[in-house]
Write a protein that binds this ligand. Structure first.
Ligand code: GLP
Length: 244
């Protein structure tokens, strides 16, 4: 694992954008996986600016979103659909047909999960996976569990995740309790992973994920077994790393 510790939010976003830019220029047909959440917002802004300036070209790239809430429509302001389009995808030159996001309104959740995995497989898997980390160590929406769920699946969100994400909703009761997420197999089969973590709320999760035992109770800990992970963290998120 390579770890880049940044001094400022600007540096955090620019370093992440440099890594993504390098990936897209070395393989314009990159299939990338992308998270929602607050952490990558600055990265997406930076990539939009670079794309508008002609410095990065997404025209041949493909994006798979990692997860979607169950029961909220694509035009709901907190859906992954809305988030990904409005914060990133509609501002870059990616083709609409190369954008994939699970359908959280499906009547057939099992079928939706299976076809999402089949679609990822038909593209040869993810080349470059961008990840955030939840305060409880979740990646995508793979929540702490007794086993690592391999395929895309329905997940019941943990209370801590609902609490953390309540800030995006008017009322905590509006936070969906279920989501579809890609599984750990998709994450582990990604050729490269960029894990981003920012702020004090991620310090404990980062330490557990990167320095303690690999356990499905801390889903991000599986990344210790991945062969190509780059971590970008600010000083707060990285503050317990390398210390007993
Ligand atoms: C969300 C998403 C994840 C994200 C994580 C952290 O709920 N499902 O993909 O990485 O939680 O979010 P944030 O960056 O807002 O802390």
């Amino acid at each position: 694992m390579r770890i880049i510790i940044t001094d400022s939010i600007e540096e955090f976003n620019i370093k992440a954008a440099d890594i993504v830019s390098q990936q897209i220029s070395s393989n314009p047909r990159t299939v990338f996986g992308a998270p929602t959440g607050e952490t990558p917002l600055g990265l997406y802004r930076e990539l939009v600016d670079r794309c508008k300036a002609g410095a990065i070209d997404f025209s041949q790239a493909t994006c798979f979103s990692l997860d979607e809430y169950i029961g909220i429509s694509p035009d709901h302001s907190q859906s992954s659909h809305y988030y990904m389009h409005n914060n990133f995808l509609k501002h870059i030159n990616i083709s609409e047909e190369n954008i994939f996001i699970p359908n959280g309104m499906t009547q057939d959740i099992f079928g939706e999960c299976r076809s999402y995995d089949n679609m990822i497989d038909s593209y040869g898997g993810i080349d470059f996976l961008i990840l955030g980390i939840g305060q409880n160590g979740h990646i995508g929406f793979n929540e702490p569990a007794d086993t690592f769920p391999s395929s895309s699946h329905l997940v019941e969100l943990k209370e801590s995740t609902i609490n953390a994400n309540a800030r995006f909703f008017e009322n905590k009761l509006d936070v969906p309790r279920y989501a579809i997420t890609v599984g750990v197999k998709t994450i582990m089969q990604a050729k490269k992973v960029l894990l981003m973590a920012h702020g004090n709320s991620k310090t404990a999760a980062m330490q557990k994920a990167l320095e303690e035992d690999v356990t499905p109770q801390v889903p991000a800990s599986i990344l210790q077994y991945h062969h190509d992970v780059t971590i970008i963290a600010d000083k707060a998120a990285a503050s317990r790393l390398g210390k007993e």
